[in-house]
Design a protein around this ligand. Sequence first.
Ligand code: F6R
Length: 364
Amino acid sequence: DKGNHRHFMLKEIHEQPVVVAQTLQSYLRPLEAQVALPDMEFDLAAIERVAIIACGTSSYVAMIGKYWIEQFARVPVEVDVASEYRYRDPVLTPNMLGLVISQSGETADTLAALRHLKVGGVTTAGIINVPTSSMAREVDLLLPTHAGPEIGVASTKAFTCQLAVMAALATNLARAKGKLSPEEEREIVRHLAEVPEAMSDALSRDEHIAGMAPRIAQARDVLYLGRGPDYPMALEGALKLKEISYIHAEGYASGEMKHGPIALIDDAVPLIVIAPSGPLFDKTVSNMHEAEARGAQVVLISDADGIAQAGENTIATIEMPKVHPLIAPLVYAVPVQLLAYHVAVAKGTDVDQPRNLAKSVTVE
Ligand code: F6R
């Protein structure tokens, strides 16, 4: 049931503050100011490497997880898309955690990668939305997301719930590794608890984003830029746009622009820049200015400070609440999803059932 919404995708975008809160509730202990995982039969403190494997949108959660786990827990992380991992003869070692991420828990390549890890004797965990799925049954440690059934083919609420669980895992691993003081953990719990409200605030930009969508819908190509965890967000923005609006879109790490992609820039190419104010802001903005100087039609997604500093020569801005860098990916996912949605609606494509795509990819 779509409720009052025109599409399942829009309904699921708007459900996010509730389902992310539901998901966080099972991982946060606000009274103790701690993050908790379900009971496990292995010692998290013994983990020396993490391999994260997923497909599509779930693989962008893996990439963001790499930034978080390496930063907080100082444990090295490798990330692969499942179709590559299963055939590249990866090095499996004792004291390694193999982590799969999947909404459906049935994606053929991810399931095959999980079985490959298990045959190799690797301890496995899974961030999975469907609790009865094959992956949920086969992982050593199930880390459930509580997004509820996701009907729209383009993943939205599953993505942000996966990010919430990834933040909980990174925090727990950091504590287990002795890299996190109780004060630091208290701060993380406080910031995670702020996510639902910040997401609601982001959702209030819905009409503003709908207003700018017809202009973006004219484009043949759209580029997305971000740095740090906003680089996977740029990839997610581009994937969402291409899958439901059929506009060619690519995401790039901001610093890579000058190594080739900048050749694509002219005044017909919208450039969506994802840049919350913070330590990486000035670097991304300098890449944005280089593109503007070549005619790029910039849409800047940032907070009030970022927009005041760099919003001048843009064609549009989308203002987000000012949030801690840890939770920025959860909040900035919202405008990225809404922009893809409204551009698709402006183009008149079938948002919930895009051509050539299936909700669950059970063949490789
Ligand atoms: C994108 C999308 C796909 C899935 C991918 C993995 O919007 O929905 O890219 O993310 O097929 O699916 P799961 O997470 O079910 O393994």
